[in-house]
Write a protein that binds this ligand. Structure first.
Ligand code: ATP
Ligand code: LTN
Length: 326
């Protein structure tokens, strides 16, 4: 398997990003060839202050490392350091249909939440994502459930390109985790946890113990008081139990047993403890990384070098096949 995935530096990485994506990446890097990217060009689809974007890009890289990604095992790099991403996106644009891009849920949702800036980049976002993946012949793309539709599009563009210009791209597969693929917002269990959502909805990996306790304490729960996992009848609680399960390693029945007859208050206290304990070493490593930005940049430059070598080779083939004089 060859793995590619990325997170956009649009905010601070939260538990949803960790559980849905990063957690899988850390495991995969031990046995597979992996590239993990900070997709800064994607972050430009929402208006962002340049100084903030620079900071968030470094923080995203530091979070990758703090969560256990290792530059000795994986190629870690910044998307904009490898120009072929944008170049291939342009070429794939000539194959992607406006009608299929209009169907993308993320485009529809982001258009609704940013009605003042429905830019062409936002519309084209999934094509750039397809370029990210296809450039490296990735066979598998570990992501959360919200990205499934974008992966389908990447697969379709690979097949379309191959059928017109001859076999050029690997058709990649999405890898969606069986549990935790869609962690919901703490303050609104009908919406997914997101970096750009309301602040009470997500737990950032850098949140302090006090903030974590406060957010979990005010998390929406369902009616009743029994701590039971039932996604239909108790969607809010099931979301919290899923987080508990994946951060502690305790099975769901064991969690239910532990809190039998104890009510939501005790369970929330337990979840806060588990989360704080889990994040402590990550936060420590994050601070170390951010304390030495020079070392971080060196890792990213080395990663970009390795990625560029692969991407340039692929672009050469793409250009030949499509009739551009390479
Ligand atoms: P934004 O608020 O800017 O849209 P986001 O929080 O949705 O950001 P992305 O950068 O779009 O995060 O996603 C990075 C990775 O995390 C993707 O693989 C995505 O599927 C996964 N992911 C995002 N939100 C969740 C969630 N709530 N549960 C599980 N996985 C998630
Ligand atoms: N679109 C993704 C981020 C992303 C990505 C990728 C994920 C950009 N390029 C390539 C996997 C592979 C998102 O919004 N979460």
């Amino acid at each position: 398997m060859k793995i590619f995935s990325g997170i956009k530096p649009s905010g601070i990485i939260h538990l949803g990003n960790y559980i849905g994506a990063l957690r899988q990446w850390v495991i995969l890097q031990d046995a597979h060839e992996c590239l993990f990217c900070i997709v800064d060009l994607h972050a430009l689809t929402v208006r962002v202050d340049p100084a903030l974007l620079r900071r968030l890009t470094l923080e995203t890289a530091a979070t990758y490392i703090a969560c256990g990604l290792d530059a000795k095992k994986s190629v870690l790099f910044i998307q904009s350091h490898v120009p072929p991403h944008a170049e291939l996106a342009w070429i794939l644009n000539t194959l992607a249909k406006i009608s299929e891009l209009k169907l993308m849920h993320q485009f529809k949702e982001k258009s609704k939440s940013n009605p003042e800036n429905i830019n062409a980049g936002l519309f084209d976002y999934p094509v750039l994502m397809a370029a990210d993946i296809l450039l490296y012949d990735a066979t598998h793309v570990p992501v959360g459930q919200d990205q499934q539709q974008h992966i389908e599009l990447a697969r379709e563009l690979a097949r379309r390109f191959n059928s017109i210009y001859g076999k050029t791209f690997v058709v990649p597969e999405g890898m969606i985790p069986p549990r935790g693929a869609k962690i919901m917002a703490l303050d609104n269990p009908a919406k997914k946890m997101e970096k750009t959502g309301s602040i009470g909805g997500y737990i950032a990996l850098t949140d302090t113990p006090d903030v974590i306790r406060k957010k979990i304490k005010s998390a929406v729960t369902d009616s009743g008081s029994d701590v039971l996992f039932d996604e239909k009848k108790k969607p809010a609680l099931s979301n919290l139990i899923t987080i508990y399960h994946l951060l502690s390693g305790l099975s769901i029945p064991a969690i239910e047993k532990e809190y039998q007859g104890k009510g939501y208050g005790q369970f929330k206290k337990g979840l806060s403890d588990v989360t704080i304990d889990f994040l402590k070493p990550i936060q420590q490593k994050f601070s170390e990384c951010m304390g030495d930005p020079g070392a971080l940049l060196r890792i990213l430059e080395k990663g970009a070098c390795a990625a560029r070598a692969q991407a340039d080779k692929k672009m050469q083939k793409v250009k030949e096949n499509i009739g551009l004089i390479a």
